[in-house]
Structure formats: C-alpha cells, structure tokens
Design a protein around this ligand. Structure first.
Ligand code: CMC
Length: 367
C-alpha cells in the first residue's frame, strides 16, 4: 500500500489482447502481428484488426472500407463549429471541439452496446481526417472540400488538405504513418480513454479524454516540437551544438527517450526509412540530414558519454516525414490522432467488456 511508483512506472494496471511491447528488444505487435508486417497493409485493414480482433479477408475489408468511406462527410453544422474556432489554436483543439459537438448529434449516443460503439468508433475513424483538413482549410482562408469516397485513408487526408492528389509515395507514406500511430498499449492517452471508459462514460467522452492527453509535449505533442526543432537547427552542422546546449541546460531533447523502450523504438526505425524514402523522392535531403545529425549527436551524448538508454522515439522521424509532406506543425498532433483513434476505440471496447472502475489511491502527506 505504501509503495509509490511515480508516473506509475512498470505498474501492470490491466490485461490486454490489443498490443504487445518488448521494450528491451524493440518489438511491437498489434493483436499478435508485428508492426513491420502491419505497415505493409492498408490503414483500414489495421483498424479492422484493432476493432474486431482479427485481420479481415478480402470481402470483409471491402465491406468495412465502404462503410468507412460513407462516414467521411461532416455536416454543415460541424463546418460552422470549425469556423467559430480561434484560428491560432492547434488543429488538435479544433478536433476536440468538433468531436464534442458531433457526439451531441450521433443517433447511437445513448446506446452503449458493443456494435453501437463500433459504429461510433468507425464514424470517428472516417471523419477525423475530414475535420482536421476542413479546419486547416478554413483557417488558411480556403474552402473545405467535398469528401472523396474512393481514396485510401492516407491519400484522402492529403487530398482534403491540399485540393490536389498526393503522389503514390506520399500517399503510401502517410498511410503507414497512420498505421504506426494507431496503437501503443497503455500510453498516457490510451490510459486516459480507458480511465474514462471505466466509469461507464460514453465512447466520445473517452476519446475526448484521449485527445486532451495526446496533446501534451511529453506525449503526442512532441511531434510538433520536433518539427520546430528541425527549423531551429537549420543545418546539419549546427546539430552538435544544439544537442550539447540542450543537455547543458537540462532541457528535454524532443523526440528522444521512452518510458518503455530501452532500445530503438521499432516504429522509429520504420519512420527513419520512410523519411529517407520521401527525401529521395523530393530530391531534398536537408530535413533528413539535420535529423540524422541530431540523432548522431544525441547518441554520443546520451548513450556513449552518459550510458543512458535514450534513443529516438516514434515522434522523431515522423516529424521529418511531416516536414516533407508539408504538414504544418500545428496540425502534427491532430495527424497523430487520425492514426491513434482506432487504438483508442479498441481499448474502449476491451474496457467495457471486462470493466472495473479504475481508481488508484494516493498517500496523504502532512503539510
Ligand atoms: N532529453 C533529455 N533527457 C532525457 C530525455 C530527453 N528527451 N528523456 C529522458 N531523459 C533523461 C531524464 O532527464 C532522466 O535523467 P536522470 O535520470 O539523470 O534524471 C532520465 O532520462 C529518465 O527520464 P524520465 O523523465 O524519468 O523518463 P520518463 O520515462 O518519465 O519519461 C519521456 C519518458 C518520453 C516523457 C521522456 O523521455 C521525455 O520527456 N522525452 C521527450 C519528449 C518526447 O519525445 N515525448 C514523446 C514520447 S514517446 C511517444 C509518445 O508518447 O507520443
């Protein structure tokens, strides 16, 4: 009773069938499937896996993808809500506001059955890209686009932002980004969704708890901070002094370190390859070169000099990918959420299916 593990480090809070992480070996699996294999599938196949527990066959995937595409559109009212948002906010804040409003109008709002929760989850999976892109276009003085009902999730999102079709490489890379972001066991935002779910609150409220938690710079917000760091460093030659200054000032180097991984984050390795691939396609290696120089300097300082197990995490090279895809930094955390929503829904379903309210204790200390 008296033992306190600050930050709940290494506390096993529950059992899950959704994700497996080996933080020493750098292994991540969703429902038994290695992330290195899943990344070659479509985001729809992976979100089906997370929600339903198994990969879909061709027919199941076709039906599921069609259902999702039909849920892409958002109403005029939601567009109006986005228009009322302060345009200086992050897209994440607009997404949270829009989802809160959308929940009021969902016909399944008061139905907490598993199938109704899957329907609500699918509506969020399908409409997150539409909401984020619409907010971006309204904020930048452009008209939001009518949803395309044929494109894959990744191609769709880039199209809805830009108004032009992405290249094949760009579409594949953002699709992989959504897959790599989809699920990660009891990370803070997923824990927040499970905590809200455990009170038997509704799925929308649980997702909003997840959105609020993902936003923080120690969690998903790190991706935006890394994008800003790349701008600040400006050239590979300046990486060494930038990292040294951070360490000397006892500042956090964003996109490095992890509570669970004590080796290279397996998603980080995949992102690094994707960053190299998109740099090649664009014929511009500057962001990749800056990032690699930061990585090398950080390895020297953290691992070689200090013997710490601090490596790039999922947010480091994903930020490099976003630079090449020309995703504005203030959209970065919301783009992370477009991937993570399917993991959150899977955890809500699992929590409802074997629920006990999550309620730890605190040790009172005299003033
Ligand atoms: N820069 C500098 N020092 C660090 C960093 C970092 N990024 N990460 C950890 N450390 C040091 C920390 O100062 C501490 O040193 P000491 O033992 O000498 O006091 C030691 O490593 C352990 O750090 P901690 O804060 O106890 O580790 P934690 O498990 O509580 O925190 C973390 C994990 C991810 C919050 C942390 O590594 C961090 O702040 N990283 C930067 C922010 C970031 O990239 N967040 C994304 C997290 S991963 C994906 C996601 O969740 O979205």
């Amino acid at each position: 009773m008296d033992e306190i593990r600050k930050g709940l480090e290494n506390v096993i809070a529950l059992e899950t069938k959704i994700a497996y992480i080996d933080g020493m070996q750098g292994i991540l699996k969703y429902r038994g499937h290695d992330i290195n294999d899943l990344v070659n599938l479509s985001y729809d196949a992976v979100s089906y896996l997370l929600l339903r527990g198994n990969l879909p066959d061709d027919k199941e995937l076709e039906v599921y993808s069609d259902q999702l595409k039909k849920e892409r559109a958002i109403s005029e009212d939601v567009l109006n809500v986005l228009t009322f948002c302060n345009f200086n906010i992050e897209a994440m804040d607009a997404l949270r506001t829009a989802i809160s409003y959308i929940s009021h109008c969902d016909p399944d709002m008061d139905d907490n059955s598993s199938e109704a929760n899957i329907r609500k989850g699918m509506r969020m999976i399908a409409s997150f890209p539409t909401i984020v892109a619409a907010f971006y276009r309204i904020k930048s003085g452009q008209v939001p686009l009518e949803p395309d009902l044929n494109m894959s999730q990744g191609a769709y999102f880039l199209y809805m932002i830009r108004g032009t079709e992405a290249t094949e490489t760009e579409a594949e890379i953002i699709e992989k980004d959504f897959i790599l972001s989809a699920e990660h066991e009891l990370n803070p935002s997923t824990f927040a969704t499970r905590l809200a779910t455990s009170t038997l609150s509704d799925v929308y409220s649980a997702v909003i708890a997840g959105l609020c938690t993902l936003k923080g710079p120690l969690h998903g917000g790190a991706r935006m901070e890394v994008m800003e760091m790349l701008d600040e460093v400006k050239s590979p030659e300046r990486a060494g002094s930038y990292v040294a200054d951070k360490i000397e000032n006892h500042d956090r180097l964003m996109g490095f370190g992890h509570r669970v991984y004590k080796t290279y984050d397996p998603r980080g390795l995949i992102y690094k390859d994707l960053a190299r691939e998109i740099a090649d396609e664009k014929g511009n290696s500057i962001w990749f070169d800056i990032a690699e120089s930061i990585e090398k300097a950080a390895f020297k300082e953290f691992v070689e000099n200090k013997g710490k197990t601090i490596y790039p995490n999922v947010d480091f090279y994903s930020a490099v990918v976003y630079k090449y895809l020309e995703i504005p930094p203030r959209l970065a955390t919301a783009v992370f959420a477009i991937g993570r929503i399917s993991g959150w829904i899977a955890h809500c379903l699992e929590q409802y299916s074997d629920n006990r309210v999550i309620r730890p204790r605190a040790k009172f200390v005299e003033i």
